[in-house]
Design a protein around this ligand. Structure first.
Ligand code: CA
Length: 235
């Protein structure tokens, strides 16, 4: 990769922010920092980072709100930082579109390993993996999935999906006759290095279904295979 990767470090503990920034600088990243929620959103917009390392508890508004706002205009990879294990539920439960999380305290090695794993996922902008000519849109009744534009519509209305929701749907839609285990979906969407509770898949599928139904999809698009995983319905 010829151009330097940009990382935005968002952390209100200024000492930790400086330490994290120095890890990334050593790895050859272009680093920007922000110490509160509003500034983080502003810098995510102006700096077009490839990766955002985002602390959960921030002044102004918290990391979840930052994530939510950033996701409306950016496909940057987001690694959330949390002070405690129990906050992880918040990140997963809110399904705000973060790619991964790391619990403090963490070692520099852990941080860099995790971000390298995230950046290897062939998703989003800045990874140099964009297709020259996109695949044709996939159709399932009123549902149309345009992988090239990363747009999902039901009838005339666009469905606002998070990156994870989109990736899950795309994964299954590309092989509509297959059934995917949760582990397989984790591997395909979150990347092979992800580990944690496999039921995170259920949370995102739940949100995805709700959004598709909310957009006017009458029939169930995704079928559940009890005790195993998911696939496209009616195939
Ligand atoms: Ca904090």
């Amino acid at each position: 990769m010829s151009r330097k990767l940009r990382v935005l470090v968002v952390e209100d503990e200024t000492e930790l922010a400086a330490v994290v920034a120095s890890y990334f600088e050593r790895e050859g990243y272009l680093v920007e920092t922000a110490f509160d929620g509003p500034t983080a959103v502003e810098k995510a917009r102006s700096g077009a980072p490839d990766l955002i390392v985002l602390d959960l508890m921030l002044p102004g508004f918290d990391g979840i709100e930052v994530c939510r706002q950033v996701r409306t205009f950016s496909d940057a990879y987001i690694l959330m930082l949390t002070a405690r294990d129990e906050e992880v539920d918040k990140i997963v439960g809110f399904a705000v579109g973060a790619d991964d999380y790391l619990v403090k305290p963490f070692s520099p090695r852990e941080l860099i390993a995790r971000t390298t794993a995230i950046l290897r996922r062939p998703r989003g902008q800045g990874t140099g993996t964009a297709l020259d000519s996109g695949p044709r849109p996939l159709k399932f009744g009123a549902l149309i999935i345009d992988s090239a534009a990363r747009v999902v519509t039901v009838g005339d209305s666009a469905v606002d999906l998070t990156r994870t929701e989109f990736d899950l749907l795309e994964c299954m839609a590309e092989n509509p006759k297959s059934v995917f285990s949760r582990e397989k979906l984790l591997e395909l969407v979150w990347g092979g290095d992800w580990y944690g509770d496999i039921h995170v898949v259920d949370v995102h599928i739940g949100h995805l279904r709700k959004k598709l139904t909310g957009a006017g999809m009458a029939e169930e698009v995704i079928r559940t295979v009890r005790g195993y995983g998911y696939g496209m319905a009616g195939q």
